[in-house]
Design a protein around this ligand. Structure first.
Ligand SMILES: [Zn+2]
Length: 145
């Protein structure tokens, strides 16, 4: 197809919207017929689009920003989780000691504290079992027998 050679310079112009209406319709007609040029046009567009989106389109700029933020947000997530967990453990431990040493502590308070501790142990065991299960399924680790 000799047409293809003459189309190539026009593909770029087509993407930039710089062709005359006649040229544009000629390119469109050719792309309808010719799969090779259609593919080339798609590749050209894929190569150029991220650049344009970065500059002109708000949603994609947001997407990029989110991408950059991800490692940081993951770190802050774990740091926050750790702080809450440690603070919570200290608080519960402190309350447990205080209540154990105080015979006048009300039953509901004791029950609430016991519930929190037992619930935490259950949750912790649950997570531990899940971690172990995924660890065993990990193809890079040796399978336990
Ligand atoms: Zn072609």
């Amino acid at each position: 197809m000799n047409d293809c050679e003459s189309m190539k310079p026009l593909l770029m112009g087509m993407m930039d919207g710089e062709l005359t209406p006649e040229q544009a319709s000629a390119v469109t007609r050719h792309l309808d017929r010719c799969e090779a040029c259609r593919r080339e046009f798609e590749e050209l567009r894929a190569a150029c689009d991220p650049l344009r989106e970065l500059v002109f389109r708000e949603p994609d700029r947001e997407r990029l920003a989110r991408l950059w933020r991800t490692p940081f947000s993951r770190f802050t997530y774990h740091a926050g989780l750790l702080l809450v967990l440690v603070g919570w453990l200290v608080l519960v431990g402190y309350a447990a000691v205080a209540i154990a040493g105080d015979n006048k502590a009300e039953l509901p308070v004791k029950l609430a504290l016991a519930g929190i501790v037992v619930g935490f142990v259950i949750l912790f065991a649950n997570v531990l079992v899940q971690r172990l299960a995924t660890w065993r399924q990990d193809p890079y680790k040796e399978v336990e027998r």
